[in-house]
Design a protein around this ligand. Structure first.
Ligand code: PHE
Length: 467
């Protein structure tokens, strides 16, 4: 246990964990979701979801990892030996495998688009979304090109993980996260100083409650979960490399703050550019790969802004991808006694091969026809809609009923430097922290459970309870 790899510093851990959280979810998904679902009204709901549903699970994952000094399967097994809880860990590791398969494909797209922009390739797309759309759809459907870029992306991911926790993950996120923040800040300033750029602020942040539907609320919840990398043991694994001297509550709050701030900055940078150039803000998921390439050439220095933007997207995807591969690697190190290099290379390659089938399923070769979706979409759907929330909910239930809130509080206290903090500490007179946490966990697990049932009912009957 003592020779387990460790983070070099608290700052390094916070950057690594926020690197996991900040990813395609923040830069690609959040801006268009907020734009389409009531702007500020969506953002308010999303923040509530992050704090009420997300925070308890982030803290639980960190605590479970640090307490056991093990990755998910070992963590559940050591706190509940000979029980079925280890399957929750197994489901987490399986989700990691599945998510990384298709995440690597999109990671490859971000590299390809960085390269196109660098070569001045967006020039011919200027003001022509149809051409840009067909370029994008023909690229992702090609048999070789996207696979080449996906393999390159996966090789980089494997390269970082082979170097270990401190020498790989921490070292690289310490370079990439500040770079992401700096590029984003430059893009925000550039966007807001373009004519009409400030319309982005209204669009994103002015609450339009009439646009907020029940399904927006479901969306905000699901997204809160995905964006914090919950439900597959990433945060358990990262927590397991911690020494006991850290305040996990404040670390979790920092990560949430960074994740949210970066999502909002990305939204401002993107929509400021869209409004300044008179493009359509409602173009949904195609916004990034289809609309942005058509408007960058019209801005002075557009090739630079375009390249910076896609490079930023690539780094955000990479810092998330490494956290996913680490879950798989840590499982084989902890449970099977493999070396880091062997686990990473073998399973990194395995994931890459499954990813190749995801990429091919967008074009010539679709190996499943489940629910009429491509193999890529099936993996995305199963993992984000079912596997992550199930593991998240069960983690909450584990803390509530198997391990116990008092144990959670005991572990949290280590590092808080407050020996008087215990389950009977009262927050407001008569109300103690044990009860507050219990209620919070019950709300969190029930809300996730409700979302799951809602999704299942929607699939069986064709109409959800809400949404
Ligand atoms: N949080 C990442 C994002 O926003 C995605 C992710 C999910 C990463 C689950 C790790 C685990 O893109």
């Amino acid at each position: 246990m003592n020779n387990r790899e460790k983070w070099g510093s608290r700052f390094g851990f916070i950057l690594a964990a926020s690197g996991s959280a900040v990813g395609l979810g923040n830069i690609w998904k959040y801006p268009h979701m907020a734009g389409e679902n009531g702007g500020g009204a969506f953002t308010i709901v999303y923040l509530i979801c992050i704090l009420v549903v997300g925070l308890p699970i982030v803290v639980s994952e960190f605590v479970l990892g640090r307490k056991t000094q093990l990755s998910p399967v070992g963590a559940f097994t050591s706190l509940a030996p000979n029980s079925n809880w280890k399957w929750v860990g197994m489901l987490g590791v399986s989700s990691a495998f599945i998510i990384l398969s298709f995440y690597g494909v999109v990671g490859g797209w971000t590299l390809k688009y960085t390269f196109i922009s660098l070569m001045g390739g967006f020039n011919e797309l200027s003001g022509n979304p149809d051409l840009s759309g067909s370029l994008f759809s023909s690229f992702i459907a090609k048999p070789f090109s996207p696979i080449f870029w996906q393999i390159l992306f996966m090789v980089l991911t494997i390269f970082v993980i082979v170097q270990g926790v401190k020498g790989g993950i921490e070292k690289w996120t310490k370079i990439m996260m500040p770079t992401i923040l700096i590029i984003l800040a430059i893009l925000v300033i550039r966007g807001l100083t373009l004519p009409n750029g400030t319309q982005a602020l209204d669009f994103l942040f002015k609450p339009k409650f009439e646009d907020l539907t029940a399904s927006s609320i479901v969306l905000a919840l699901g997204h809160a979960f995905f964006t914090l990398s919950l439900g597959m043991g990433t945060m358990i694994t990262y927590g397991s490399y911690l020494r006991s001297d850290q305040n996990l509550l404040t670390s979790a709050l920092w990560i949430i703050l960074l994740d949210t701030a970066i999502a909002m900055m990305a939204g401002i940078a993107i929509f400021a550019t869209v409004f300044a150039m008179g493009a359509d803000p409602g173009s949904g998921p195609g916004l990034i790969f289809v609309v942005l390439p058509t408007i960058f050439p019209n801005i002075a220095g557009g090739a630079i802004w375009g390249t910076l933007f896609f490079f930023l997207l690539f780094m955000a995807a990479l810092t998330s991808a490494i956290s996913i591969l680490e879950v798989i690697t840590a499982y084989f190190i902890d449970e099977k006694g493999w070396s880091r290099a062997k686990a990473t290379i073998i399973f990194g390659s395995f994931v890459t091969v499954v990813g190749i089938f995801c990429s091919l399923s967008m074009g010539s070769l679709n190996i499943t026809s489940f629910m009429n979706m491509s193999f890529f979409d099936v993996l995305d759907y199963l993992s984000s809609k079912y596997m992550l929330p199930i593991v998240g909910m069960l983690t909450g239930i584990f803390v509530l009923y198997q391990w116990g809130i008092p144990e959670l509080i005991n572990e949290l206290r280590i590092g808080m430097k407050n020996d008087n903090f215990n389950e009977n500490t009262s927050i407001i007179s008569g109300i103690n922290i044990g009860i507050v946490l219990k209620i919070l966990f019950i709300i969190s697990a029930s809300v996730i459970g409700f979302i799951l049932i809602n999704e299942i009912i929607a699939n069986i009957t064709g109409s959800p309870i809400i949404g």
